[in-house]
Design a protein around this ligand. Structure first.
Ligand code: CMC
Length: 429
């Protein structure tokens, strides 16, 4: 309910627009009746000032550098909780009891296998395909394999689709990887936890035993947790928009994966590590800082800047600490890429260009260093982001489906094209 109004004056007309006060964050002006009452649209490319929905899942205070899931700070969840518990929290709104968590974990664990016929689908791709290309296709194809969970009006089917997606995404990502390196697929094992199972499916081969290193599985779990949700980012908004037409959940999540792939979004983790490797040594940092500042050079410092955070991304803080811990525990001393990352961060934060524009390291700045130390190639970084973010997409999708205000997403435009004119025959043009 609106507790305030905002007055908009257009010519001689004053329009009273309802204003809502959220539980946290700035007030929101409701413009849904603006076109009907004022015959005008609002204009906001990139949605920099527009709330597209109301939500109770995740809150970000970009000035403070705060990220809360259902009210719980991300640093507490990253240190004291684990990924599947955070999945439960995002999906159902509260931390689970021991019995609820056990039941949830067992439901996820029992859905990790893929329909066997889907293996043929993988084999249709070129071996050198990017794993994100394979994932987009295979997840989209799930709607052809799991018909019994595509009716979005049935709460039970929505629940089954949610569990299937969370459970099968690591299997799909690992198989996409195995396919591109020409190794046999490794099937999931139900005695392992979510992160350990994923590592085994990526790195085991049938020819020998593979023991999951608990340090690595803990680090993997933390990376999953840190990426689990991030309110109305580009891929989540893509999932919501796709779903607003009534499309099935597998199609919507495939759309989210496609959006995530871009280098301004989830693709930044791959781009960032490749940039750090290209810089190579600290003496080349000034050259890259200068390029990032040059308006005529399209180069940007990857892993830096964020639409919402105008302060440290709290996920980057945890990730930086994790990078130190993981490299230390793995006995990797003096990692040159980590050294370049730390010196690049320090150089950027000492430069007025970055401080004045409030550009700080984001989640992708340090994650690639950890993933590389674990043995992942850069092409797997964004698929790992997609595995982690699946629960966020699904939680937001579930929230949207039951929202009585849900409508098909249909933005308007500021049309600047030609006005009405007559068709001209080709010989007269
Ligand atoms: N390096 C150099 N300059 C930058 C950078 C950067 N990484 N990011 C922003 N700027 C400048 C930009 O040129 C612009 O300058 P000016 O005002 O003089 O034109 C100003 O800062 C504002 O940038 P913007 O592009 O208008 O900001 P945005 O909110 O539209 O973009 C962003 C946010 C994340 C796309 C952008 O900061 C960027 O491209 N960063 C690098 C890619 C990256 O790390 N992406 C991962 C985001 S976090 C993971 C996720 O959730 O997806």
């Amino acid at each position: 309910m609106a507790d305030k109004t905002a007055t908009l004056t257009i010519g001689d007309t004053n329009l009273e627009l309802p204003m809502y006060s959220p539980s946290a964050g700035p007030d929101v002006i409701d413009i849904t009746k603006l076109y009907a009452q004022g015959n005008v649209f609002t204009y906001d490319p990139g949605f920099t000032s527009t709330a597209s929905c109301d939500s109770t899942i995740t809150f970000i205070d970009g000035d403070k550098g705060e990220l809360l899931h259902r009210g719980y700070p991300i640093d507490q969840l990253a240190s004291d909780s684990h990924y599947l518990e955070v999945c439960y929290l995002l999906l159902y709104g509260e931390l689970p009891s021991a019995a609820q968590l056990e039941d949830f974990e067992s439901r996820v664990t029992n859905h990790t296998m893929l329909h066997e016929q889907m293996m043929n689908f993988f084999r249709g791709f070129r071996r050198d395909a990017h794993p994100m290309a394979v994932m987009t296709g295979v997840v989209g194809a799930m709607s052809a394999f799991y018909h019994d969970s595509t009716d979005i009006s049935d709460p039970w089917q929505r629940e089954v689709a949610s569990i299937r997606l969370i459970a099968k995404m690591p299997t799909i990502a690992a198989m996409a990887y195995k396919y591109t390196i020409g190794q046999p697929f490794v099937y999931p094992r139900n005695d392992l936890d979510y992160a350990a199972n994923f590592l085994r499916m990526c790195f085991a081969v049938p020819a020998e035993d593979y023991q999951v290193n608990p340090i690595l599985s803990r680090a993997m779990d933390r990376i999953f947790t840190l990426h689990a949700d991030h309110e109305q980012n580009a891929s989540t908004s893509t999932v919501r928009l796709a779903s607003s037409s009534g499309a099935n959940p597998f199609a919507c999540i495939a759309a989210g994966i496609a959006c995530l792939w871009g280098p301004a979004h989830g693709g930044a983790n791959q781009a960032c590590l490749e940039m750090l490797q290209e810089i190579g040594t600290p003496d080349r940092i000034p050259e890259y800082i200068a390029r990032a500042k040059d308006k005529d050079d399209p180069f940007r410092l990857m892993g830096f800047g964020h639409r919402v955070y105008k302060n440290f991304d709290p996920r980057a803080k945890v990730m930086k600490q994790s990078a130190d811990e993981v490299l230390d525990l793995l006995g990797i001393e003096n990692n040159p890429v980590l050294q370049v990352a730390k010196e690049l961060e320090a150089a950027a934060l000492a430069d007025p260009y970055f401080t004045e524009k409030k550009l700080f390291p984001n989640v992708d700045f340090y994650s690639g260093i950890i993933l590389e130390a674990m043995g992942f190639p850069t092409s797997m970084f964004t698929p790992i982001f997609a595995v982690s973010r699946t629960v966020g997409w699904i939680s937001q999708w579930k929230e949207m489906i039951v929202d009585p205000k849900m409508k098909i997403g249909r933005p308007r435009q500021l049309y600047m094209g030609a006005t009405l004119r007559d068709y001209v025959d080709i010989e007269k043009r």
